[in-house]
Design a protein around this ligand. Structure first.
Ligand SMILES: Cc1ncc(COP(=O)(O)O)c(C=O)c1O
Length: 442
C-alpha cells in the first residue's frame, strides 16, 4: 500500500464504528472497472461480490455513467411530492413492465431496509392486523422494524429487543433438514405443520397481516427452497387473507436468471421490496404493490425526503436498458450453469467444500470441517484471504460465516468465471497445504 493509504487507513479505528469498518476484507480501492476493482497501486481484483449484489451491470457501465452525468447536469434532488420529474415517472412505468403479476405501484426509498419497512407498514395498514410472520435465517435489514423480522444472525438483534409482533417459523432447508428423504415433499409437509402449530398455539391467522420471506435465503446462507414450498406459502396466505411479501432486495434485477426470483419460482407476492441492483450502485429502493392495494395507504402514512432521487432514477432507467440490451438475464443463466459445473468439479477434489448450490449467478460454496461435516467459518475467512491474494474478491454469508457467496456482475464472461474459479481452486489448495488437509485427487 502507498504511504498515503497506510496513514489514512491508520485512522480507521478512531473514525469509524467497528460495525462499519470491520467487515471483510476492507480492501482499499481507487477505481472500479467493469468486472474489476483497482487498488491504490494498480492491482486488479476480479470482483465476485458485485458490491454485495448491487452492480449487476458491472462497475461504472458507460450507459449508467452517462445517465448519471446527464441527470446531474439538470436535476440533483427532487423531494417527490413537492416536485415531480421525468425520470421517476418513466422508471415507474418501466419497472411495472418487468415486475411479475400486477405489481405496478411504487413507493421509492433509498435502501433495502427502507423498502422492507415500507412493505410491512403497508401490509399492517391495509389489513388492520398487528402481526407478521417471518422465517428463521432470513435477513431483511437493520432498522428496528426490519430487524424484527430478521434472524440470519442473533448478534444483529442483541440488546435491541426488536418488536414482539413477529412470529418465526423455519425456512425450507432441503439439504440439511432432510438429507436422506424426498426434500421437496418433506419441506412442504413441515411448512404446513409449522403453520398449523403457529395458528393453533400462538396467533390466529386473522391477526396476521403479512408473511415475509426472501425467495432465496441470502445472508442466511444462499439456500434455495423448493418451488413447491414457495407455492404452499402462497396458498396458506391466500387461505387466510394474509399478504405475502417477497424481499427481493438481493435476488432482484436478474440475479437469479429472471428479472425477479418470483418469476424463477412462478409465485407472485402481494408486496415486494426491491433495491440493490436497481440502479447499478446509486442508492434507490422501492416498496411495490398492485395499485388497488397501494391506494389504500393514504397520504401521510409514509414519506421520504430522498427516496426516488432523480439521479438514482436515471441510473435505474439505464440499468434496465443495459439488462435488456445485453441479454443479461440469459447471461446470468448461462454463466451460472457454467460456474456450477466448474464448482461441482472443485467440490469433488476438495473435501472442505461441503456443498455448492445456486440459482442464476447467486451461488453459495459451503466450507465444512471435513472430519465432522460441521460448518467452518474460520476456514472460510482464511480461504477468502487466500483467494484475494490470488486476485479474486468474494464475500461471506451463512449463520457461521461458512458460505462463500459468488455473485459476479451479470456481465461476467466465461473467461472471467474460469479465471476466478481457478483462483479459488488455488486458494483452497493453499489452505489445505497450510492446515495439512489432504485434497482428494481423482
Ligand atoms: C434480502 C435483503 N433484504 C434487505 C437488505 C437490507 O438492504 P440495505 O442494506 O440496502 O438496507 C439486504 C442487504 O443485504 C438484503 O440482502
Amino acid at each position: 500500500m502507498t504511504q498515503d493509504w497506510t496513514s489514512l487507513m491508520a485512522h480507521m479505528p478512531n473514525r469509524f464504528a467497528p460495525s462499519m469498518s470491520k467487515d471483510h476484507p476492507n480492501l482499499p480501492v481507487v477505481r472500479e472497472e467493469g468486472g474489476y476493482y483497482v487498488g491504490p497501486e494498480g492491482q486488479k481484483y476480479l470482483d465476485f461480490t458485485s458490491g454485495i449484489a448491487v452492480t449487476n451491470t458491472g462497475h461504472r457501465h458507460p450507459k449508467v455513467v452517462a445517465a448519471i452525468k446527464e441527470s446531474a447536469d439538470h436535476l440533483i434532488h427532487g423531494p417527490i411530492g413537492v416536485i415531480v420529474y421525468e425520470s421517476i415517472l418513466r422508471l415507474a412505468d418501466e419497472l411495472a413492465g418487468v415486475l411479475p403479476g400486477n405489481l405496478d405501484s411504487f413507493f421509492f426509498s433509498n435502501s433495502g431496509t427502507e423498502a422492507v419497512e415500507g412493505a410491512i407498514k403497508l401490509a399492517k395498514h391495509v389489513t388492520r392486523r398487528p402481526y407478521a410472520v417471518s422465517f428463521t435465517g432470513c435477513f431483511h435489514g437493520r432498522s428496528l422494524g426490519a430487524l424484527s423480522v430478521s434472524t440470519s444472525k442473533s448478534k444483529y438483534r442483541r440488546f435491541l429487543q426488536p418488536s414482539g409482533l413477529v412470529y418465526q417459523i423455519p425456512y425450507a432447508d432441503p439439504r440439511s433438514r432432510f438429507p436422506d428423504e424426498n426434500p421437496e415433499v418433506r419441506c412442504v409437509e413441515e411448512l404446513e405443520k409449522d403453520f398449523e402449530r403457529l395458528f393453533a398455539h400462538q396467533v390466529t391467522p386473522e391477526e396476521v397481516a403479512c408473511v415475509i420471506l426472501e425467495p432465496v435465503l441470502g445472508e442466511g446462507g444462499y439456500v434455495i427452497p423448493p418451488k413447491a414450498w414457495l407455492k404452499k406459502v402462497r396458498e396458506i396466505c391466500d387461505r387466510h387473507g394474509i399478504l405475502l411479501i417477497f424481499d427481493e432486495v438481493q435476488t432482484g434485477f436478474g440475479r437469479t436468471g429472471d428479472w425477479f426470483a418470483a418469476q424463477s419460482f412462478g409465485v407472485t407476492p402481494d408486496i415486494m421490496a426491491i433495491a440493490k441492483g436497481i440502479a447499478s450502485g446509486l442508492p434507490l429502493s422501492a416498496t411495490v404493490a398492485p395499485k388497488e392495494l397501494m391506494n389504500q395507504w393514504p397520504m401521510g402514512s409514509h414519506g421520504t425526503t430522498f427516496g426516488g432521487n432523480p439521479i438514482a432514477c436515471s441510473a435505474a432507467l439505464a440499468t434496465l436498458e443495459v439488462i435488456r440490451e445485453e441479454n443479461l438475464l440469459e447471461n446470468a443463466r448461462r454463466m451460472g450453469a457454467h460456474a456450477m459445473e466448474r464448482l461441482k468439479e472443485i467440490q469433488r477434489r476438495h473435501p472442505i467444500v461441503g456443498d455448492v448450490r445456486g440459482i442464476g449467478l447467486m451461488i453459495g460454496i459451503e466450507i465444512i470441517h471435513p472430519d465432522t461435516g460441521k460448518p467452518d467459518g474460520e476456514a472460510t475467512l482464511r480461504i477468502l484471504d487466500l483467494a484475494l491474494e490470488e486476485g479474486v474478491l468474494f464475500y461471506l454469508c451463512g449463520n457461521h460465516g461458512e458460505v462463500i457467496r459468488m455473485i459476479p456482475p451479470l456481465t461476467v464472461t466465461r473467461e472471467q468465471i474460469d479465471e476466478g474459479i481457478r483462483m479459488l481452486d488455488r486458494a483452497l489448495t493453499r489452505f489445505e497445504q497450510e492446515t495439512q488437509q489432504p485434497a482428494t485427487v481423482e
